[in-house]
Write a new protein. Sequence first.
Length: 213
Amino acid sequence: MSLASEQLVVRDLGLQDYKSTWHKMQQFTAERNSDTADELWCLEHPPVFTMGLNGKDKHLLNTGSIPVINIDRGGQVTYHAPGQLVIYTLIDLERRKISVKEFVRILETSVIDLLKQYDIDAQGKDNAPGVYVNDAKIAALGLRIKKNKTYHGLSLNIDMDLTPFSFINPCGYAGMAVTQLKDLNPEIDSAKVKHSLISHLSRLLGGKNTSII
């Protein structure tokens, strides 16, 4: 087993422009090789709607001045903004011997395990990837996979203005309820949530050598 297969580099990037970050993910994936360590990019974005490859304009109801960017992940439309933790997963699935279905389950389980720490019961849904609390979506998933290498990842609503979710049909579902951790547990600390989620995700990915930059 190569050293790279055991490494997981976590980059804490703060607030980042969406489009430039997306292009950096594409470049990283195109240029990586068998010696490139997997990475997790933890960040937030200014307000933006993103439309996946299967996105339909009918799910954009009233986006106003918030930009809409068509991107190369799967799925429909979602919303990003400050107060939402985004983790981009730049992972070599073949090297870690993880199937796409297993990887989706790992992402969902990392959030479910995190929420258990706050006595919040959450579930995934077979027909609608993501994590839900009482049928309200708290975390969204979206992936692009090229030659068994992933990019994009997951977003977790922590403490944000949820109003713009009503300007769209989230993930293509009309009337889908959306929630966030702050409304379920007002005492949460966003920094602790971030570090806990990274820990759960690293554990489930088998990261024996995780470094945070």
